[in-house]
Design a protein around this ligand. Sequence first.
Ligand code: PLP
Length: 286
Amino acid sequence: MSRTVYVNGEYLPEEEATVSIFDRGFLMADGVYEVTSVLGGKLIDFPGHAARLERSLNELEMAVPMSTEELLEVHRELVARNGIEEGLVYLQITRGNPGDRDFAFPPADTKPTVVLFTQSKPGLAANPVAQVGIKVISIPDIRWGRRDIKTVQLLYPSMAKMAAKKAHVDDAWFVEDGFVTEGTSNNVYIVKGGKIVTRDLSNDILHGITRAAVVRFAREAQMEVEERPFTIEEAQGADEAFFTSASAFVLPVVEIDGKAVGTGTPGPVAARLRELYLEESLKAAV
Ligand code: PLP
């Protein structure tokens, strides 16, 4: 069935939605995005995603095209029109169409291109992967130096996903200067002796909205969280490993570069944090 999508102020059937070939997003990957999950027809962590979007736009000197309230309204309207119970809302804002190709940014009054669409994912919360975990490989992190900005430049993460697929595993963890930065599209964690370790925030990683919530919930539940880099060797020797993202919530990692983590099965800390995250973020869903 055709979805209703949003393009620059209009709700359209997906077949009728178009953007210019001169759009800076298409020619230069000059744009930012957000993915917000939907559970029970409601948006999870919306204020966090809206705040990060504004930060990404500011960092790239792009105008904020609509208020947080207007943005929420578009999200809700698309969820309702497409009957999404469980799934995702994808939002993308690019620097728009200057009418030609040029490296220099177009005049500041060039209208940005705003696109939103939904993806229905029944069973998102009851993902069976939570019971078995995933396997990952490590791969050099050769992305640009501003990974804190959520840009649509996703070619290298796509290549990393393909490398994982070719290795018959589920995902890849990026490694830079001997330390893990993050997963292809998620933040990563290890657990040793009950202590949760995750890389500290900097321009080296995306500041995950799910990460912020999970770290807060863990600390509120009296779990110890240490924010510092760790190596693949340390992760392989950990009791547990897991990752977080808006679309996966919290999922266990049971194998890294062919070596089992802990018992090679999902551990209790990841399971507890998944439960806590789903419970608490559902309460705050809008
Ligand atoms: N790191 C990267 C590189 C990502 O692409 C993502 C999500 O897409 C994340 C981390 C997790 O961020 P969030 O929890 O906000 O989805």
